[in-house]
Design a protein around this ligand. Sequence first.
Ligand SMILES: *Cc1c(COP(=O)(O)O)cnc(C)c1O
Length: 390
Amino acid sequence: MSEYSLETLLFHNNHKYDPYTGAVGVPIYNASTFHQQDVDQFGKYDYSRSGNPTREALEEAIAVLEGGVRGFAFASGMAAISTAFLMLSQGDHVVITEDVYGGTYRVVTEVLSRYGIEHTFVDMTDLEAVEQAVQPNTKVFYVETPSNPLLKVTDIGAVSRIAKRHGALTFVDNTFLTPLSQKPLQLGADVVLHSATKFIAGHSDVTAGLAVAKDEVLAKRLGFLQNAFGAILSPQDSWLVLRGLKTLHVRLQQSVSGAMKIASFLQTHPRVKRVHYPGLAGHPGFLLQQQQAADAGAVLSFELENEEAMRQFLAHVQLPVFAVSLGAVESILSYPAKMSHAAMGAAEREKRGISASLLRLSVGLEKHEDLQADFQTALDRITTAQPDFV
Ligand SMILES: *Cc1c(COP(=O)(O)O)cnc(C)c1O
């Protein structure tokens, strides 16, 4: 089927209809165990932790989309990420991007550290810093691009080459762009990770994670760990993610174009101190983003004058939900300092540029004019002393 474009493969795949009944869509196999016909020869499925047909349909779909050999579905993005980290052993070392997702930060600093797995945080946009962070025991380079919440762009190809030179693997969290916009395996990465909770499922109604392995050796290791650790996605939730996947392309198109427009608008508003969006020509990662991805995604962040201005803006803005998460049909505003990055201490946040006036916006499917008018009104109603940013 791979002669089709990814947009078409989102739903014209091996699971377009059920071969037994013709049902359009994948049946939800709510079975924990499977009857075996023969004592000597077990069927393809035996127990659902090890394999379930509904989950497998999703795992196949994500493997094809990312261009890997095998996909794995987990109960959350953190379950996928944590399971991938289980490939490491005591004494190993991870080089990891400094503005990594807060939950990943927590696993690396508070869990892996207890098992003797070391880490060094670096600004991955600085390849020299990446090179300097390498130790003889470095086994994984962990990349998130664009990063959260400052949308910094890391050169996946360049980091993968450094990793290969040191005999290490490259993991890429591709949650922000999805395989429709960025293909880390093609750029040299070894494992791609997703919070499918976000754009892939896309409707704020399911928590899920995905991992895709580049080759058979890694697929075997990840498959073993998925079954051993057991943090699998349920058949119901696998089906929900598959349904979300069918409209990923059209949702992304609408959200990315909205993000570009809102970012440009925010940039011109006198109340906005700074906008972080790799689709803006002034963003330091603008060119790199154009080279390694199809677009700049639908997430941006912006800073106001101070915390008080941020609070007033939030009190007046109507359309977006104010919540943790991103990548949904509705626009989502979040406050990284107290939400995604709460697990990071205040000092660490400041060091990474996650200020008390920074808001992150995930642009949904609303008509862009409505969203912009709402933001304009809320920004115009801020009454703190007018700054002179522009
Ligand atoms: C949300 C998120 C995660 C964690 O995924 P969950 O599904 O919430 O466990 C990991 N990485 C990124 C970039 C995320 O946005």
